[in-house]
Write a protein that binds this ligand. Structure first.
Ligand code: FES
Length: 117
């Protein structure tokens, strides 16, 4: 069997305006932005335990606590799995995977807890 290159995953551009938002909903999936080591990281909000909303968690001692069952996740590990993002002034831009070639709805949201990027 011959192996070829994997097809690129369709992505959608999303923006965060740092003073106002730190989370975005793309096609029903929530992502949130955090700042760590002078870089912005955009993370999936889906908790690996049972899908809890990590964007509503609290950061304690370098770990993010999931609000549903209290699991703690090291921010360093979460940031290693982040989506590439760039920051220009107060705007953070990221291309998030959708798996769809057609446009998908994008909506920014504000949340409390995790510090805005
Ligand atoms: S869903 Fe996050 S700890 Fe259970």
């Amino acid at each position: 069997m011959k192996r070829g290159k994997a097809a690129p995953v369709p992505r959608t551009r999303a923006e965060f305006h740092r003073a106002e938002h730190n989370a975005v909903v793309v096609d029903g999936e929530v992502y949130f932005a955090v700042e760590r080591d002078d870089a912005v990281h955009v993370l999936s909000s889906r908790c690996p335990h049972r899908g809890g909303p990590l964007h509503l968690g609290d950061v304690e001692g370098g770990k993010l606590r999931c609000p549903w069952h209290g699991s703690m996740f090291p921010m360093a590990r979460l940031c290693d799995q982040s989506h590439p993002a760039i920051r220009v002034g107060d705007t953070v831009a990221v291309y998030l995977p959708t798996g769809k070639s057609e446009p998908v709805p994008v909506k920014t949201i504000v949340r409390a807890g995790v510090a805005p990027a």
